[in-house]
Design a protein around this ligand. Sequence first.
Ligand SMILES: Cc1cc2nc3c(=O)[nH]c(=O)nc-3n(C[C@H](O)[C@H](O)[C@H](O)COP(=O)(O)OP(=O)(O)OC[C@H]3O[C@@H](n4cnc5c(N)ncnc54)[C@H](O)[C@@H]3O)c2cc1C
Length: 478
Amino acid sequence: MEKKMKIVVIGAAPTALGFAYRLNELKKENAEEVKNVELIMLEQESFAGGLSCTDIDEKGFLWDMGGHVTFSQNFPYYDKAIQEAVEEWNSLQRNCLVDMNCMFGEKGIHLVPYPAQFAVPLFPEKDKQNCLAELKERYENKSDVRPVTFEDWILQNFGPTIHDAFFKPYTRKVWTVETNKMNPIWVGSRVAKLPQDKLESLCAMSKEELVKADFGWGPNAYFTFPKYGGTGAVWKQMAEKLPQNWFKYNSKVVKVNYQSKSINFVENNNGTEEMIDYDILVNTAPIDKLINETKLCSPLNIEHNKVFIVGVGLELPMTKFCETFTWLYFPDPAVPFYRITFLSRYGETTPDNTKYWSVMAECARPADDPITEEEIRDQAVEGLILKSIFTREQIVSIYSTTLDYGYPIPTVERDAEIARAHTVLEPLNIYSRGRFGGWKYEASNQDHCFIQGKELADRLFLDIPEKLYKTGLPEHRG
Ligand SMILES: Cc1cc2nc3c(=O)[nH]c(=O)nc-3n(C[C@H](O)[C@H](O)[C@H](O)COP(=O)(O)OP(=O)(O)OC[C@H]3O[C@@H](n4cnc5c(N)ncnc54)[C@H](O)[C@@H]3O)c2cc1C
């Protein structure tokens, strides 16, 4: 009898499910390459989905773990898989603006178009003139120096005025670090440049036209959302359609014994520790923890932040000026959230959408910030009232949760450090992929993570090189 190949995956979220979905497909096709493959996914929670799950509060409001919108960056394989998982989808057009109150010396809310750099013609006169002069200078003297930091990239493309007025405070809010700590590798599809012809067309628009504009920039200008069950429905339902004996829930991995190729896990229900052997280990949990636990190399010099989610369930009517928005951005340091999402506009996420609406705030803090969830929750609610999003009397429910790992920060050192980890992991048949398993922000959305899992399966079973995730190893076939 041919030997079995046992694959253990840590986690059961988009990356793991991309891997499992592909294996299931190959099994159904009776592919010779997978006939001896056994899979087990150890998931510490009692459900699949990870950061893409949806929680329900005591009053029946649904909360995603942050403003999750489902859009695909040209991955038809992912589109097909999620369509199979969820039958009914709502399609939405993004409508988001940026609160630039500080620039106008105001305390409340002062919305300008998104991305903020496209709103230059609406800036206060002095800032506008400075931005225009700085942009003109950059159009005339194009630099071919490769920017090392995100700050370099901003200064090279826009200039100091917009850096200080928007990028600096907003980066502090969402990334919780300074712009000079980050690399510029990730900006491609995330931060819009402002070419000269674009600026000219913006300057030609009337203020009335401009103030309402969303420029359709970026891959999420149109997006979808499950009609029922929030984002989590996608992953729960996908998991339900896969072989159930592949999933072992309530099982927290506590030790990886790479010499004996086994891992120890604790069952949440009874606290007993068990051991399981593997031939190949796929890690989708944070890679820094894997390295700290195995001590396969010295600790990685990589950074992440944490994110607090604060959801507020509200009685209708919805505040008039919010009715058409999908989400809003807040660089203002006086409020804790960097973004708020009008979640009830996306799907059936309240106990009754004819009576209620809901707003979700995302607040990022450095991983070691001592602030408590209660403190952030109170500050967020006060901030939402300060920004006139709702009145205190409308509140029906307040939900909060803490994501200890929110964003993998693309620091300048990141790629070299992650490559250092893969250098010791991959020769031992340990593959770390996904949002925190792979730690590459630019490839860490749901679609990316699902495809990372799928491509890893193709690499291991069919010898097809990975395309999306770059380990940085010279011998890596991706
Ligand atoms: C604030 C925020 C906003 C986001 N917005 C979007 C968006 O708009 N669109 C989008 O596509 N994506 C978005 N994302 C990204 C999305 O959440 C991720 O792409 C996706 O969840 C990553 O999947 P993953 O499998 O790599 O990892 P995770 O979701 O992190 O899952 C890892 C899994 O491993 C399990 N695990 C960890 N440690 C152990 C252990 N020791 N033992 C057993 N199990 C373990 C966890 O419980 C979890 O289920 C957002 C994320 C955040 C935080």
